[in-house]
Design a protein around this ligand. Sequence first.
Ligand code: SF4
Length: 410
Amino acid sequence: MKPPQPETPLSRPAAEPLIQAAVDTGRMDGEVALRLAANIHRPGLLDALADGAFASKQKMKGDRITVSRNIFLPLTNLCRNRCTYCSFAKQPDSPEAHTYSLEEVSEVVRGGVATGCTEALMCLGDKPEVAYRSHREWLAERGYGSTVDLVREACRIALEGGMLPHTNAGILSAEEMETLRPLNASMGLMMETTSNRLRGKGMAHFHAPDKDPAVRIRMHEEAGALRIPFTSGLLLGIGENDAERVATLMTLRDLQARHGNIQEIIVQPFHPKPNTPMRAVAPIRDDEVVAWVALARLILGPEMNVQAPPNLAPRMLERLARSGLNDWGGVSPVTVDFINPEAPWPAMESLRTLTKASGQTLKDRGPVYPDWLLGRPEFFDPEIRKHLLRLATDEGYARRPTHQSDEEAA
Ligand code: SF4
């Protein structure tokens, strides 16, 4: 797919029927999405796009926006890749390098339970044992054959402690995912981009073998074959162009059509980080975030859960709330966003107020969306589903400890 030529302007009156057609049919073609993306600076066009995406979202999701109260467990910040935008990954000799002990996992889990969280997000670097002998030794001293063994034990501790694990451990084999499935409510891997160009010299993924789009697509396929409820998403602003963004969304739509296991798609803007090779890159504009959330909704259709993290476009939240998303993702009263530590979470109560101001209602979910939990039992191992149901209301939303009021949990 080629980007549209600059001489193909699109006015709001010309764009409106295209947007309405997407709302009516539940899908948008890539060429149309590209024309819209190239013209969002034209008067009123971004508003028309957001209004259409909001109308599409309302069709299947009504006036609810969900959020998952979670804890973030960065089990290890060692990683074999070196993405040029990443400040999460550390070298083993860095004083900030850290791999969690099971005691530390237990402690964070206790903090999560005490503050009404249900989701334990296990997020870590890719296969550090492949790159670092010291990490291999660390694992062997504790009886682990790989980092995935540590993840498995951490998931067990989270479950025993009363929380529901969601693992994003980078690229996993089908066998590894199969062993994690009974211990996880859901799992994930951000597609980020399907652009091979970004693997070229000087580009964001040059030193990141696990960011090969074919490898990531294969893991999505394997998770689909294993019927694992899966989180994926689009990363904005790492050097990709509009055509590559649309191509990534189209790939995700195609994967969903074939496997049906993608539970949610995150539209995540990249924030330049100090001390990284991409520190001087201009951050993506907030109105562009709004546009791509809206385009994701219109391309993926009204049924998909579309998520945008509220800490990454804080000045635009009310606008973002009416641009087609139906989920704010994980927000933690306990842990920071270790991937974007400079971006604090909004307080749950302010998110509730802001969502209300947008004419919608904020609902707490767990790592599994209510309609998946209640309506798609085939996606869950029977044991994990028992835990999910125990921590859910009859409607499938997160069950909060009875001693906690909304204000206390906020
Ligand atoms: S973005 Fe992920 S894969 Fe890339 S270096 Fe950071 S932790 Fe590793």
